[in-house]
Design a protein around this ligand. Structure first.
Ligand code: PHE
Length: 336
């Protein structure tokens, strides 16, 4: 009888190793009333009592082993080599893979690129770490001029000639140095300014600048380009307003306002009851800038503009805290 007990133990092992882990089949064969193990128990009753002392524990062990394997099988945990289909417990609730989404800043940036590409602009990129020449001097910022202070700059301590760009205008300079007119490009990218972080300001943000250089490019072209962009971006009824301003690299210069697309110009919280919201700066490229880049300013003229992508995204989705963009809070990001 001991041999038969061992045989059943072996059978259990080979069932687990080879069979399809059919729980019910296992139960019928080894655990049910009609199982081989139950038969052995019946037989056990008839063996002489001196043999019972040895057989009893062996038989109990067999019964326990069978019961344990049955539990394992029905819990989906098998002692079989892992990786088999049967290791998957189909009764468990599904695990949801949470898919990532495109960041709202990138979505708005992509839309801006799409609109300008249709107007014949191509996309140019440049470094976020640059030198004084490309970020300031070539852009007609005189040395020690207060305009430099408008753009609280991060300088590298060891070498004040190396800085984090404060605007994407450095790409304009690099572009004009390597390519001669006609130029029609936009430059999206991240920029840095030494500002205290608050709901309305951050030490880094995103801009898209545009540059168009050719013969006979006029302020009218600038206005038309911005008008077309605003209608595509904010809706067909959008109006634009160019307000006189100052930038060292453009003359004349203008701030770009669009009619508030929330209230249609009637006045609301978003436009602070003015009917207009500012989205960036613009102007005709100063001839000094063209000359600095080896472009003949008597022959060529051009316009440039720069807009805040973060600002446009905040307006579009009516967000009131810029910090949300960089906190990586899934509760926020999942909404886009
Ligand atoms: N570079 C300017 C800024 O960041 C924006 C700008 C670009 C204004 C081009 C006019 C023309 O403030």
């Amino acid at each position: 009888m001991l041999d038969r007990i061992d045989k059943v133990l072996e059978e259990i092992d080979s069932f687990i190793a080879n069979a399809s882990n059919d729980v019910e089949e296992f139960r019928l064969r080894f655990v049910s009333k009609k199982s081989v193990i139950n038969e052995l128990f019946e037989e056990f009753k008839t063996v002489p009592s001196e043999q019972k002392r040895e057989l009893g524990p062996a038989l109990n062990n067999l019964k326990n082993q069978a019961q344990q394997k049955l539990n394992e099988l029905s819990n989906g945990v098998s002692s079989k080599a892992s990786g088999s289909v049967s290791d998957i417990d189909v009764t468990l609730p599904p695990v949801h893979n949470s898919e990532g989404s495109i960041h709202p800043i990138s979505q708005v940036k992509n839309r801006i690129i799409e609109i300008f590409e249709r107007q014949g602009f191509n996309v140019e990129e440049g470094p976020e770490i640059d030198d004084d020449w490309n970020n300031f001097t070539a852009l007609n910022f005189p040395e020690n001029h207060p305009a430099r202070e408008m753009q609280d700059t991060y300088f590298i301590e060891k070498d004040p000639d190396v800085l984090l760009r404060t605007h994407t205008s450095n790409v304009q300079i690099r572009l004009m140095n390597k390519k001669k007119p006609p130029i029609r490009s936009i430059m999206p990218g991240r920029v840095y300014r030494n500002e205290a972080i608050s709901a309305r300001a951050h030490c880094f943000f995103h801009q898209v600048e545009g540059l168009c250089i050719g013969e006979n490019i006029s302020f009218k072209d600038l206005k038309n380009t911005l008008y077309h962009f605003s209608r595509e971006m904010f809706g067909k009824d959008t109006k634009i307003r160019l307000r006189p301003s100052y930038f060292p690299f453009t003359e004349p210069s203008a701030e770009i306002d669009i009619s508030c697309f929330i209230c249609g110009g009637k006045g609301c919280k978003v436009c602070k009851n003015t009917g207009w919201v500012e989205i960036g700066g613009s102007g005709m490229v100063d001839p000094n800038v063209l000359d600095n880049c080896g472009i003949d300013s008597t022959k060529y003229s051009g316009f440039a503009f720069g807009m805040g992508i973060d600002r446009i995204t905040m307006l579009k989705y009516q967000l009131d805290d810029l910090r949300l963009f960089s906190e990586n809070d899934l509760r926020f990001l999942k909404q886009f």
